[in-house]
Design a binder for this molecule. Structure first.
Ligand SMILES: *Cc1c(COP(=O)(O)O)cnc(C)c1O
Length: 358
C-alpha cells in the first residue's frame, strides 16, 4: 500500500516550512513595508522590486486550463531539474540508506541529482529494444527504494515506454513512480497526467523547455496528487520562480495554437530527417523516435561528430552510453538546418578523414 507519510524523510515530515511575507499577508494593501524590498522601484524600465507570488497561481491556473489538471495538482520548478532535486530531498535518506532505480540509457540528471543528494542508485538497463526490464525491476526494488524514474519518450533513445509496463509499476510499487514526459508533445502516446486520481504514487514531469521553446526561461512542471504537491511546496525555495519568468511564461501560454503548429512541423521534419539519414552509407540504423530528436547508429560516431563540429554543426555523441554504441543523438532543426546537416554528411569520406585520437 502506498503511504506518503512512511515514504517521507523524518526531517521533512517534521519540517516547519519557511513562511514568507507574502504567505503571512494576502489581502489588499497600498503600502508594503513587510518584506524589506526597495520601495522606490527598480533600475529598469519595469519594476521588479516586489517579491513574486511564491505559489505562481496565475501561471498554475493557465497551465491547469491547458493540461486539464487542477491547479492544486501542479508544482512549478526552475526547470524540471528542480522538481527532480526536490523529490530526492523530500523522499530519499542520504548516506547509504535509501535507493532509487534508474533505467539506462536515460536522462543524465537523475543520476547526477542522486549523487548530489548522496543517494544509492540501482540501475536496471533497458532491454535491447529500449523497453523496461520488468523482471530486473522487480529484483532491484526493496523496502528502501523510494523512487523509480521512467523517461517516456526516453532521452537519448527517442522511443516511448510501453504504457502497460508503466501501469504495472504504478500498480505494484509502493514508492513513487516518476514519469518524465519532457518530450510528450512529440509522441503518439498519451500523457499520464490524466491518471493522477488513479495513482497516488505517480509524479509526471513536463517542461516548457522543449516543445514550448522556452529552455532559457527555466520552467518545469511536476503533476501529482495534492498530497505529493504539498510536499513539493514545503521543500522548495519560497520564491523559486522569478516575476519576469512568471509573466513571460503566462504570455507564452496564450500561444497554444502556434506551439501546436510547430509540433506538427517538427514531427514532419523528424520523419524526413530520419529518412534522409537512413540513405547515408555511414548510418547503420535510425531508431524510431517519438521525440524532437533521433538516435542514429553510425560507423564511427566520434569521427563523424568531429567532422561535423569542424563544419559548424554540433550533434550529441552518445556512443559511450550503454546500448548506444556508435550512436549520435541529433535534434530536429529547421528544414534548412536539417538539409545542411544531411548535405554535409554526404560529403563525409572516412578514408580522407584524419582519425581522431581516443
Ligand atoms: C530536456 C529534458 C528535461 C528538461 O529539463 P528542464 O530542466 O525543464 O529544462 C527533462 N527531462 C528530460 C528527459 C529531458 O531530456
Amino acid at each position: 500500500m502506498f503511504n506518503l507519510e512512511s515514504l517521507l524523510r523524518e526531517n521533512i515530515k517534521r519540517l516547519v516550512p519557511y513562511s514568507s511575507a507574502r504567505d503571512e499577508f494576502k489581502g489588499e494593501a497600498s503600502v508594503f513595508l513587510d518584506a524589506n524590498e526597495n520601495s522606490f522601484g527598480s533600475p529598469l524600465p519595469v519594476n521588479y522590486n516586489r517579491y513574486p507570488d511564491p505559489m505562481q497561481w496565475p501561471l498554475k491556473y493557465k497551465l491547469a486550463d491547458i493540461k486539464g489538471v487542477p491547479p492544486q495538482n501542479i508544482f512549478i520548478g526552475n526547470g524540471s531539474d528542480e522538481a527532480i532535486d526536490v523529490l530526492f530531498r523530500a523522499f530519499c535518506n542520504p548516506g547509504g540508506i535509501d535507493n532509487v532505480v534508474l533505467c539506462p540509457p536515460t536522462y543524465g540528471m537523475y543520476e547526477v541529482s542522486a549523487h548530489i543528494n548522496d543517494v544509492i542508485i540501482r540501475k536496471v538497463s533497458l532491454t535491447p529494444d529500449f523497453q523496461l526490464d520488468i523482471e530486473g525491476l522487480q529484483q532491484a526494488v526493496d523496502e528502501n527504494t523510494k523512487l523509480i524514474f521512467i523517461c517516456s519518450p526516453n532521452n537519448p533513445t527517442g522511443n516511448s515506454i510501453h504504457r502497460s509496463d508503466i501501469e504495472l509499476l504504478l500498480n505494484n510499487f509502493d514508492g513513487i513512480v516518476v514519469v518524465d514526459e519532457a518530450y510528450i508533445n512529440f509522441s503518439r502516446q498519451k500523457s499520464f497526467i490524466q491518471e493522477l486520481t488513479e495513482y497516488p504514487n505517480l509524479v509526471v514531469l513536463q517542461t516548457l523547455s522543449k516543445a514550448w521553446g522556452l529552455a532559457g526561461l527555466r520552467v518545469g512542471m511536476a503533476f501529482a496528487g495534492e498530497e505529493i504537491i504539498n510536499v513539493f511546496n514545503k521543500v522548495k525555495p519560497p520564491y523559486n520562480i522569478g516575476q519576469a519568468t512568471q509573466e513571460l511564461a503566462l504570455q507564452a501560454l496564450d500561444n497554444v495554437a502556434r506551439v501546436n503548429e510547430w509540433i506538427r512541423e517538427i514531427v514532419i521534419e523528424r520523419d524526413l530527417l530520419s529518412a534522409g539519414l537512413e540513405q547515408l552509407p555511414m548510418v547503420l540504423k535510425v531508431y524510431p523516435s517519438d521525440a524532437n530528436f533521433v538516435l542514429a547508429q553510425t560507423t564511427d560516431a566520434k569521427g563523424i561528430y568531429h567532422f561535423l563540429t569542424q563544419r559548424g554543426i554540433v550533434v550529441r555523441d552518445r556512443s559511450k552510453v550503454e546500448l548506444c554504441m556508435g550512436c549520435l543523438r541529433i535534434t530536429v532543426g529547421t528544414p534548412a538546418e536539417n538539409l545542411q546537416l544531411l548535405e554535409t554528411l554526404k560529403s563525409y569520406n572516412p578514408k580522407t578523414e584524419t582519425p581522431v585520437s581516443a
